[in-house]
Design a protein around this ligand. Structure first.
Ligand SMILES: NC(=O)c1ccc[n+]([C@@H]2O[C@H](COP(=O)([O-])OP(=O)(O)OC[C@H]3O[C@@H](n4cnc5c(N)ncnc54)[C@H](O)[C@@H]3O)[C@@H](O)[C@H]2O)c1
Length: 353
């Protein structure tokens, strides 16, 4: 029998973990293939998600937050099904077949996370009529159909009936490397469509097939409310929308369907999507700067692992958080609360005793 204690509740809510083994010997930006770290034992959790079905949109490898959340949900017994963007579907399936993600699939009971079904999903399309000719004839979509949000929801309903957990772990901004001042209207709207409206649409289509007491979760970033140079193309705007929509959707979906809607504001992680933000002509990529800055200036002087966000995701999607909805939960070693950069040249000597 799993034991619930107050420390466990606290640790799930805050990310503070008993037995954490932070790796302080290297900077996070050096982490390439390994974004994960086993930091907790699930034996102490009072979370049993057996019989629950979780659909995670935006998983195509094991380096990102979607995988980490899926893994924690699987560890608690949930059935995992995912939605994967068609252009990266084949490579993901091939990786799974070749066993590329075996090490990152190991659960605390020694078993492996199993992804029961992968649905091709393009979250910028709501229904078949929305798909333009250029996509229908695109070779990266060849042989696939039924990948719009409403069609995927219908397939999931046919396969599983009702589900319990919906995770939105996807973002895309074609002009992310451009400052907002240079972002085109179409680039801005594309970022919004893929990264913010997609959550609205997922809820529109999945909430009707979710059991009351269910939970929806997305991933946001501090650029929504503070200036993060380099996170351009309207992505900062899209994250602001996502956070604002989280509150409105929490109210509407709470009242209508009895489900909770939250978002996690995650610290920087060297995922595939984040690495694509680039850093042309600079010493490091955007995400490497962001990770090093966080390590130098956050209240908690420790690496951030995808599992830290996975743990918060598990908490928010579990019955332990049954009264928590409409929140933006920071899982970023506390960087969001800082008002000055400790490692700024102008701060030299200021923190010495
Ligand atoms: N990595 C970070 O530093 C960081 C920080 C805060 C928030 N986040 C957020 O976390 C979420 C997951 O990103 P990640 O960094 O873990 O990277 P990731 O590469 O693991 O996830 C992004 C996923 O989005 C998918 N995707 C892109 N366009 C799509 C579309 N139109 N339809 C369906 N899927 C699409 C990609 O294929 C990819 O699988 C994103 O919302 C991201 O903004 C990331």
């Amino acid at each position: 029998m799993r034991v619930l204690n107050l420390f466990t509740v606290f640790s799930l809510a805050t990310g503070f973990q008993l037995g954490a083994r932070p790796n302080l010997s290297h900077r996070s930006s050096k982490i390439t293939s390994k974004n994960t770290q086993t930091t907790t034992s699930l034996d102490a959790y009072n979370v049993d998600l057996k019989g629950k079905v979780a659909f995670i949109a935006g998983v195509a490898d094991s380096t990102g937050y979607g995988w980490a959340i899926a893994k924690q949900l699987a560890d608690a017994g949930a059935t995992i099904i995912v939605g994967t963007w068609p252009p990266v579907l084949k490579i993901f399936q091939m990786g799974l077949r070749k066993g590329d993600f075996e090490d990152d699939s190991v659960l605390t009971n020694g078993g492996k996370m199993e992804i029961e079904k992968i649905y091709p999903l393009d979250a910028v399309f709501d229904k078949p009529e929305d798909v333009p000719e250029s996509i229908l004839t695109n070779k990266r979509y060849a042989g696939l159909d039924g990948y719009t949000i409403s069609e995927v929801a219908a397939q999931v309903e046919a396969d599983y009936g009702k589900i319990d957990i919906l995770v939105h772990s996807l973002a895309n901004g074609p002009e992310v490397t451009k400052p907002l001042l240079e972002t085109s209207r179409s680039g801005y709207l594309a970022a919004s469509s893929a990264s913010a409206y997609s959550y609205v649409s997922l809820l529109q289509n999945f909430a009707p097939i979710m059991n009351p007491g269910g939970s929806a979760l997305s991933l946001t970033y501090i650029a929504s409310e503070r200036v993060i140079p380099g996170y351009g193309g309207g992505m900062s705007s899209a994250k602001s929308q996502l956070e604002s929509d989280t509150r409105t959707l929490a109210y509407e979906a709470g009242r209508k369907y009895g489900i909770r809607v939250n978002t996690v504001s995650a610290g920087p992680l060297k995922s595939r999507a984040a690495s694509a933000i680039g850093g042309k002509g600079k010493k490091k990529t955007f995400i490497e700067y962001a990770i090093d800055y966080s390590r130098a200036n956050a209240p908690m002087d420790q690496d951030l692992y995808s599992e830290d966000v996975g743990n918060a995701g598990l908490y928010l999607c579990s019955p332990m958080a049954r009264a928590v909805t409409g929140v933006t939960m920071y899982v970023d070693n506390g960087l969001n609360c800082m008002g000055m950069a400790l490692d700024a040249k102008s701060m030299e000597g200021s923190t010495e005793e």
